[in-house]
Write a new protein. Structure first.
Length: 412
C-alpha cells in the first residue's frame, strides 16, 4: 500500500511537471500567435488606408475623389470625415458605432453588441481645414482565431494530463520496480536469515537448559554439549557463507588470485568428499584431464567444487553415482558435476541461484535441507572468475551443473 502511495505521488508530480513544461509554452504560443496576428492585421490596415489616400486628390482647398473610387476593398471599409468628425464620403460597416472618436495614427479596437472591429485614422492638414481618413476592418476573425487557439489549449490540456498521468505511472512503475525488488529481496533475506538462525538458537537454548538441570547426568550433559557444538558449527558456517556472499556482492571481498591447477583441486575435492558420499551410499566417479590451469582464488575454487558435490550428494539417490569431469573446451576449462538423483522441478530451476531458495525438503533422502546458500555462492565464484555456469535437470533423472572458466596461458 505504501509503495503504491509513493508511486502515485511521484506520478502526480511527474504529470504536473510535464503539464507545466508543455501547457505553459503552448499557452504562451497561443497568446504570441494572437498578438502576431493582431500586429499583422494592424499593419495591413495602415497600409490599406495609405493606398486609399493615394487615390484621393488632396489639395489646399480640400480633396477630390474619382467617381470610381472604391470605399471597400478586401474586407476594409474606407471613409472620409471633416474636421468636426462628420462623415463626408465612404463606407461605414453596419452597426459600427458612429461616435467612435477619430485618433490620428492610432489603431483602435471597437466593439458593438457582439461585433468587433479595428480602426485606423489619419488626419491630413490643408491650408484651411483638416481632413480625416478612416479604415475599418472586422476583428471577428482575429477574435475567433484566438478563441479557437484557446479552446484547443483547453482540449489538449486534459488529454496531455491523462497521457502524462498514464505515462508517468508506467514509467514510475518501471523505475521503482528495481527498488521494490531490492526491498523485497532485503525483506525476504532478513526473514530467511532469522528463520535459519531460529532453529539452531532454539536447539542451543533448550540443550543448555537441559544440561544445567540438577538431575542431568554427566553423560547426558556431554550429549547436550555435543549437540550445542554441532549447532554452533552450523551457525558459524551460515555466517561465514553470508559474509562471503555479502562482501562479494558489495565488491569488497579480497581474493588472492594466482595460477591454480584445477585438475588437482577437482581430484582432491572429489576424494575428500568420497567419505561423505559413501555414507549416503553414493559413488563419486571422476574423469579429469590433468594439467588444466586457471587464474583464480584457490580457496574459492575449492568451495566451488565442495558446494557442487554437496548439492549432488544431498539430492542424489541411494546406490547412485556422482560424476565429476574436467576438460578443455576452446579457451576455457569446462567442469561438470552430475548426479542421477531426484532432479529439480522446472519451475524451481530459475530460482536455484537465489539466496536461501531451497527445493522441497521431502525430495532429499532424509528430508533435511541446507541453507540455500551453496549454489548462489557457486554462481558468484564463477562470475568473479569471469566464467559462466548453467544447469540442466530432469525430474527423477538427475541434475548436471556445467561451468566454464578462462584457461590460464600455461594451462592450455
Amino acid at each position: 500500500m505504501k509503495r503504491n502511495a509513493v508511486r502515485i505521488k511521484i506520478t502526480l508530480w511527474y504529470a504536473l511537471i510535464i503539464l507545466l513544461l508543455m501547457v505553459g509554452p503552448l499557452t504562451a504560443l497561443v497568446f504570441t500567435a494572437e498578438k502576431v496576428s493582431w500586429n499583422r492585421a494592424e499593419g495591413n490596415l495602415k497600409e490599406s488606408l495609405h493606398d486609399f489616400m493615394e487615390e484621393i486628390d488632396i489639395h489646399a482647398d480640400g480633396y477630390e475623389a474619382d467617381e470610381d473610387t472604391e470605399y471597400y476593398d478586401d474586407g476594409v471599409s474606407f471613409s472620409i470625415y471633416d474636421e468636426e468628425g462628420k462623415l463626408k464620403e465612404g463606407n461605414v460597416p453596419v452597426h459600427f458605432p458612429e461616435d467612435t472618436v477619430l485618433k490620428s495614427g492610432e489603431v483602435q479596437s471597437v466593439s458593438s453588441e457582439d461585433r468587433k472591429w479595428i480602426t485606423y485614422d489619419e488626419a491630413y492638414r490643408t491650408e484651411g481645414q483638416i481632413i480625416w481618413f478612416r479604415a475599418v476592418a472586422s476583428a471577428g476573425d482575429l477574435s475567433m482565431m484566438g478563441q479557437v487557439l484557446l479552446t484547443l489549449v483547453l482540449i489538449v490540456t486534459p488529454v496531455l494530463a491523462v497521457l502524462a498521468i498514464v505515462g508517468g505511472y508506467i514509467i514510475t512503475g518501471r523505475t521503482l520496480r528495481p527498488v521494490e525488488e531490492a526491498l523485497e529481496r532485503e525483506r525476504v533475506f532478513t526473514a530467511d536469515v532469522s528463520h535459519e538462525l531460529r532453529t539452531p538458537v532454539s536447539v542451543i537454548t533448550s540443550e543448555s537448559e537441559f544440561a544445567l538441570m540438577p538431575e542431568t547426568s554427566k553423560a547426558e550433559m556431554q550429549d547436550s554439549l555435543s549437540v550445542i557444538l554441532k549447532q554452533a558449527g552450523r551457525m558459524s558456517d551460515l555466517i561465514e557463507q553470508l559474509l562471503v556472499l555479502s562482501r562479494g556482492e558489495a565488491g569488497v571481498q579480497k581474493l588472492q588470485m594466482k595460477e591454480v591447477d584445477m585438475s588437482v583441486l577437482a581430484q582432491l575435492t572429489a576424494e575428500e568428499m568420497g567419505e561423505k558420499a559413501e555414507a549416503e551410499d553414493i559413488r563419486i566417479v571422476t574423469d579429469i584431464r590433468p594439467g588444466l590451469k586457471v587464474r583464480g582464488s584457490e580457496e574459492m575454487l575449492i568451495r566451488l567444487f565442495i558446494n557442487l558435490l554437496e548439492n549432488s550428494i544431498r539430492y542424489g539417490k541411494k546406490g547412485g553415482t556422482v560424476r565429476v569431469s574436467l576438460s578443455i573446451e576452446g579457451n576455457s576449462v569446462k567442469g561438470c558435476v552430475e548426479d542421477d538423483g531426484c532432479g529439480i522441478k522446472r519451475e524451481d530451476l530459475p530460482h536455484i541461484w537465489e539466496r536461501f531458495y531451497q527445493a522441497d525438503a521431502v525430495r532429499t533422502k532424509d528430508g533435511r535441507r541446507g541453507f540455500g546458500l551453496g549454489l548462489p555462492m557457486v554462481q558468484w565464484i564463477v562470475k568473479v572468475h569471469r566464467g559462466r555456469i548453467q544447469v540442466e535437470s530432469r525430474l527423477d533423472e538427475g541434475t548436471r551443473f556445467t561451468f566454464w572458466l578462462p584457461v590460464s596461458v600455461s594451462g592450455r
